[in-house]
Design a protein around this ligand. Structure first.
Ligand code: DAH
Length: 341
């Protein structure tokens, strides 16, 4: 055996050992490059092939090829082994315990205020009312002036207005929608306007944003009796068919005469409790006959037409219906609170 032959045999031994020792695909590849790469040990040894007598060269060359094939094979099977172990380890460390209880799926529900709002709208729709909407950013004209609340009028103070530039405001009530409807359509009119309103106010019964539903009916020969009939029918449907309803004289600049409507306390049934402040009555909405001044600002002939209007707070009705004593709960988005409805 010549010297070259010996060198090849010893390289084979070293390489096989090295391949078996490596534990990662990366380091195994480094070893392959070290022994079999273009600049590796095998190439180095074969540089001396030319120095051999010509008759010996084919034999050594064949041996070198055989060795290279064998090492390639060993490399490949070792690589497969390493990769298999890596996958096995990964599977082990990422194992899923299928016996664990599943994470429950939370079912959503309609927000209580939306539920009541939908109920109110559908009750009025049954009585033949159309639904009409107006913008939340209003001009001073629609929110106040056209509703017979001139500048410096003391009732403006009741509204705790959020003012915006250019004589605009966040609407403090849904009453401006009355004006927008009457500008657009001619009587007979029968509409409700549900929507969000804003006031600078916050405590257990007030939030800076809340919902109102406005109502307006305009036609020939509309009287206070129609107003009373509609309001009583509505309240007895939304609360209880035996609900007691009381009209109490009041003042709103856009209605004349005006009234506030009380219902018998839904909690104590009139005996007197904390919610009704021992009076047995709960204030539920404002209403009245449309003031001729309002008709004047929308050019409706108040000699020919009369009408009534009303406005109510949706959260207030929801609180009374659902027995909730803090209005802020509606807007805190506590899942545990919302889940109950
Ligand atoms: N806009 C009034 C408020 O927010 C409620 C109201 C009272 C509306 C009487 C009306 C009405 O249409 O006739 O306090």
């Amino acid at each position: 055996m010549n010297e070259l032959h010996q060198k090849l045999e010893s390289l084979k031994g070293q390489a096989l050992q090295a391949f078996l020792n490596e534990k990662t695909a990366d380091s195994l590849y480094q070893m392959k490059v070290y022994f079999l790469g273009k600049k590796g040990l095998l190439t180095d040894i074969l540089k001396d092939l030319g120095k051999l007598p010509p008759e010996d060269r084919p034999q050594v060359g064949a041996l070198a090829n055989q060795l290279k094939n064998e090492l390639e094979k060993t490399y490949q099977s070792r690589l497969n082994e390493i990769q298999r172990t890596e996958v096995e380890q990964k599977l082990k460390s990422e194992s899923i315990d299928v016996t664990l209880p599943a994470v429950g799926v939370c079912k959503g529900s309609i927000h209580p205020v939306s539920q009541i709002l939908t109920e109110i709208c559908s009750l009025f729709a049954d009585m033949g009312f159309d639904i009409f909407e107006g913008p939340e950013i209003e001009t001073d004209y629609y929110n106040f002036e056209a509703l017979n609340i001139p500048k410096d009028h003391p009732t403006r103070d009741m509204h705790d207005t959020f003012f915006l530039p250019d004589q605009r405001v966040l609407r403090t009530h849904t009453s401006p929608v009355q004006i927008r409807l009457m500008e657009k359509e001619k009587p007979p009119l029968r509409m409700i306007a549900p929507g969000v309103v804003y006031r600078r106010d916050s405590d257990v019964t007030h939030t800076p944003m809340f919902h109102q539903v406005e109502g307006l009916v305009v036609d020939e020969n509309i009287t206070l009796a129609h107003l009373k009939g509609v309001v009583e029918t509505f309240l007895r449907k939304i609360f209880d068919s035996k609900t007691r309803v009381k009209f109490r004289p009041s003042f709103f600049p856009f209605t004349e005469p005006s009234a506030e409507v009380d219902i018998g306390c839904v909690f104590c049934k009139g005996d007197g409790c904390r919610v009704c402040k021992q009076t047995g009555w709960l204030e539920i909405m404002g209403c009245g006959m449309v003031d001729p001044e309002v008709f004047c600002s929308v050019s409706i002939d108040s000699e020919r037409y009369t009408g009534f209007a009303f406005g109510m707070g949706v959260e207030r009705i929801a609180m009374l219906k659902l027995g909730i004593d803090d209005i802020r709960l509606f807007f805190e988005n506590e899942i545990d609170f919302l889940k109950q409805f």
